[in-house]
Design a binder for this molecule. Structure first.
Ligand code: NAD
Ligand code: MLT
Length: 530
């Protein structure tokens, strides 16, 4: 069956053609859908590609029960409710690489426009005027520019500003200074940027920390006549404060490509000022960027439906291919460990602790933790749970998850120890490793018990007395169920023993209940890992 892909917003034709060329995809594209029409089509959709026009909110997601993936062709995902998508198990990706250069160039173009009054001079000429003395500008060489946010676009801006022989001040608290040393700029505080810059440009997302970065309270510390540029997101500069600054002359020029409300209302106050240059969110609007972003997002979608790789996923663990090679058995082992242990606990899981020991501790293990959570939650939630929503469901259910990394303390060079606790104090734990790229459980409840977690598993706890294994064999034989594999372990002679069997057929619930009441049987859990 074909995967139905909706391209909801206006999209580069080459991107659409690439999708249409794939026999496994049915592509719906009409140059941008109205919301009502989109909602009608969504029940069929497995994939959705959007730009900035479509709002992916809870109401939209509700109409798309088959949806697996939403791709934002571009950077900003403020038009997607990622938490709601995660809760519904929908992967959200962006395609961030393709429009960085265009947006950086827009910031630089606006800086030139601010320095030389180009738009105003052009408008005056169009009115038949020749106002040479009115539009005296300034040189950029030797001036100071503050760049806030030194990610993809910020870095491109820095390179260009240095090429213009400007002094560059930068701020980005989330990138270690060592990783920015190649830019050869002064890394300073925001306050120093505000105090000392002739031009300030922001290249961060809009977050609680960046909202109102320039506001009525700190306006006064700006250099007199400062010129401000925003090609990132509206709201990073408080628009009321900008108005105050422009009215008072504190701000000498303003270039905004983005606004708190887009499109801006007709009475947007900054429209009235000649030294405010406004563009309608054009940062990424070049043929080159639209082409690059479209192809990037299409390639991501094809890769996902072809082999499950989720590049640039924002709510799904991404692992580089080399690490994947090593980690793969730990994913499948983790999911199965989660299911076995959650079945073992009679009450709900309250906390999960995972020790990553030996070589695996050198890898990014959070995706393995997600696999364990996903397996554990699937016991109660079935297919509803996946790697996207497992962390959200775990948090919603108040399950505490902790992990620790340590050196190997057993004969295995690499292994994972997983322990689950229930609210009533019950605890259960197992240890697994990878052998020949397959998961292998090597201990349960601290006792050596070696088995491949696969097929239908019957785990029986019993008193360590004679005849129990024979009784179990006869009991299953009477049900016409064959035992494919059997492992035994015990704590002390005559104490508690564990019998792990792989069986060929499921034991029905009534027969399982009767098995639990056989002499010397303390418990029995069946886990279907097929
Ligand atoms: P990015 O993720 O590569 O970089 C953003 C940087 O901001 C990161 O390095 C991050 O550490 C930094 N940051 C986050 N919070 C910060 C804070 N409080 N102070 C300082 N730095 C902080 O993103 P990008 O691709 O460079 O995009 C930057 C912004 O530009 C985004 O908001 C994006 O949506 C926007 N954008 C706008 C257009 C447009 O058309 N105008 C086009 C593309 C991107
Ligand atoms: C983005 O986030 O990629 C840009 O704002 C471009 C856009 O939305 O058109």
């Amino acid at each position: 069956m074909k995967h139905c892909i909706i391209v909801a917003d206006k999209f580069d034709p080459e991107g659409v053609s690439r999708l249409q060329a794939r026999p496994e995809l049915e592509v719906l594209y009409e140059g941008g859908y109205k919301r009502d029409r989109l909602l009608e089509l969504l029940p069929r959709a497995s994939g959705l590609i959007i730009r900035s026009a479509t709002k992916v909110d809870a109401a939209l997601l509700e109409k798309a029960p088959q949806l697996k993936i939403v791709i934002r062709a571009g950077v900003g995902v403020d038009n997607i409710d990622i938490m709601e998508a995660s809760r519904r198990g929908v992967i959200v990706m962006n395609s961030p690489g393709g429009n960085s250069v265009s947006t950086a160039e827009q910031a630089i173009a606006l800086m030139f426009a601010l320095a030389r009054n180009t738009p105003q001079a052009n408008a005056s000429m169009k009115q038949g005027k020749w106002e040479k003395s009115k539009f005296v500008g300034l040189e950029l060489t030797g001036k100071t520019i503050g760049v806030i946010g030194l990610g993809r676009i910020g870095k491109e801006v820095v390179r260009r500003a240095r090429g213009l022989q400007m002094n560059v001040l930068g701020f980005d608290p989330y990138i270690p200074p060592a990783n920015l040393s190649h830019l050869e700029i002064d890394l300073v505080s925001v306050e120093e940027i505000l105090r000392n810059s002739d031009f300030i440009t922001v290249h961060t997302p809009l977050t609680d920390a960046t909202r109102d970065l320039i506001n009525k309270d700190n306006l006064s510390i700006l250099k007199d006549g400062v010129r401000l540029i925003n090609c990132a997101r509206g709201g990073i500069y408080n628009e009321d404060a900008l108005l105050t600054g422009v009215q008072s002359g504190k701000i000498g020029g303003l270039a905004l490509d983005v606004f708190t409300e887009e499109p801006i209302p007709a009475d947007f106050p900054l429209l009235a000022f000649d030294n405010c240059i406004l563009t309608p969110h054009l940062g990424a609007s070049t043929g080159d960027a639209e082409f690059a972003v479209a192809l990037e997002s299409v390639d991501q979608l094809i890769e996902y439906f072809q082999n499950g790789v989720a590049r640039n996923a924002l709510n799904f663990p991404t692992v580089d291919p080399e690490a994947m090679d090593f980690l793969k058995p730990y994913f499948s082992g983790g999911e199965k460990a989660g299911r076995i242990l959650a079945n073992f606990l009679k009450g709900g899981v309250q906390s999960i602790h995972i020790d990553y020991c030996g070589e695996i501790a050198e890898y990014m293990t959070q995706p393995v933790t997600t696999a364990i959570l996903s397996g554990a939650l699937s016991v109660a939630m079935g297919d509803e749970v996946n790697y996207v929503n497992a962390p959200v469901f775990a948090r919603d259910r108040g399950i505490q998850v902790s992990e620790n990394k340590r050196v190997s303390e057993s004969g295995f060079s690499s292994y994972v120890h997983v322990s689950f606790s229930a609210a009533d104090g019950q605890k259960t734990h197992l240890q697994y490793t990878a052998v020949h790229r397959e998961p292998l459980v090597v201990s349960m409840q601290g006792l050596p018990l070696e088995f491949k977690p696969e097929g239908i598993m019957l785990l029986v706890t019993n008193r360590d007395v004679p005849r129990v294994v024979g009784t179990l064999g006869n009991y299953l034989g009477d049900l016409n169920i064959n035992i494919a594999h059997l492992e035994l372990s015990r704590d002390d002679k005559g104490g508690t023993a564990y019998c792990m069997m792989t069986i060929d057929e499921l034991v029905n619930p009534e027969a399982l209940a009767r098995l639990r009441s056989l002499d010397n049987i303390l418990g029995a859990v069946q886990v279907d890992l097929r």
